[in-house]
Design a protein around this ligand. Structure first.
Ligand code: PMP
Length: 356
């Protein structure tokens, strides 16, 4: 069925009902998508008319852009900004949204706000107070809220992932996006889900029926069984503990290499500040990188000369705010111990290139 396998929808409804403080109806309030990505695409296909504006909080998961523009939408940007001394270790808590800046971006064409917590690539877990401010804006301007919570099972003590759809008045205007790929480390299976009120899910289902019709059944069943079993086996807690260890390993490796970073409250990314890396002036980059921001060059050089691959985060910003990402590299710790240990060793090669 285009809605997804009944067993998987039932497993999701059962598992998520307590988290949303309501009894979710697996027939009308949950659908299975081909990964979170297709779920997001179906939301934009279902709701956007040409010229409708969608607010994105920068830095953002880069797929949002094509998902919006291919459906006639116009992305509008508002950045998170780091507060404090970014030459030292800061917390993802220190990356903040200026709510007045967000308000200033709203026009009569604004239809959707995309929100993401735990956040890729900052690792921020938004606080209840921050979410209440966003909720107020969403209600005041009658927006649809898309809450991308694909890392909802990956948050670290003392932080707890809060669900914006549970704030007063928000259930009726929020679609929450989830991912079996993130929850179970099965990205290639392409099983995600959307949770929201019946009238919103109905529209997305119409779009999804034309996009993929349905998601492959065997892996939907497998994810359904995983969700059924996860809690009884303590999977989520165990997974968090495992990722905490991985996070700490990568943090130590970055510290040992002399790179300050943003300590993440959730997700599996670390933004390292690469400003102090001093790449030889005469280093030769491929032509394709020559007019790219500095972070592309740093990431290229690091991959080639240090042997560790990171993502240049300016790609997660609009043209106008690209400079905000230029001094960073995004590292991921969804890796085995062996890979993290090899990375730690390789990163030590950086020390001779670091300016004190
Ligand atoms: N949203 C965010 C914030 C992500 O980081 C990702 C994957 N990198 C997705 C959505 C897409 O998830 P999926 O693999 O389930 O399509």
């Amino acid at each position: 069925h285009p809605k997804g396998r009944l067993r998987t929808r039932e497993a999701l409804a059962k598992s998520y009902s307590p988290l949303f403080n309501r009894t979710l109806d697996p027939e009308t309030e949950v659908i299975i998508s081909a990964g979170a990505n297709e779920g997001l695409y179906a939301i934009f296909a279902g709701f956007l008319d040409d010229g409708d504006e969608v607010i994105l909080i920068e830095p953002f998961f880069d797929q949002y852009i094509a998902n919006i523009t291919m459906n006639g939408g116009v992305p509008v940007y508002v950045p998170l900004r780091p507060h404090g001394d970014t030459n030292k270790i800061i917390s993802s808590r220190d990356w903040k949204l200026d709510i007045n800046e967000l308000r200033s971006k709203i026009t009569p064409r604004t239809k959707i706000l995309v929100f993401n917590t735990p956040h890729n690539p900052v690792g921020k877990v938004f606080s209840r107070e921050e979410m209440l401010e966003i909720a107020q804006v969403v209600q005041e301007f009658n927006l649809l809220l898309v809450s991308d919570e694909v890392y909802d099972r990956l948050y670290y003590k003392p932080d707890v992932h809060g669900r914006i759809a549970t704030l007063p008045g928000l259930w009726d205007r929020t679609i929450t996006v989830g991912s079996g790929g993130k929850t179970f480390g099965t990205t290639g299976w392409r099983v995600g889900w959307l949770i929201g009120p019946k009238n919103l899910i109905k529209t997305v289902l119409s779009a999804q029926t034309r996009i993929v019709f349905c998601v492959n059944s065997p892996l939907q069943e497998a994810i359904g069984i995983s969700i059924e079993e996860a809690e009884a086996h303590g999977y989520y807690e165990e997974n968090i503990a495992l990722y905490e260890q991985r996070r700490d390993k990568l943090c130590k490796a970055l510290s040992d290499a002399g790179l300050p970073y943003t300590f993440p409250q959730g997700s599996y990314f670390i933004l390292a500040n690469t400003k102090r890396i001093n790449i030889p002036e005469d280093y030769e980059y491929p032509e394709i990188l020559l007019d790219r921001p500095r972070d592309f060059k740093v990431c290229y050089w690091m991959a080639k000369e240090i042997g560790v691959v990171a993502i240049p985060p300016s790609e997660f910003y609009s043209e106008e705010n690209r400079y905000l990402g230029e001094d960073y590299a995004r590292f991921a710790f969804c890796k085995t111990d062996e890979t993290l240990e090899a990375a730690a060793k390789a990163l030590l090669k950086l020390t001779k290139y670091i300016n004190e």
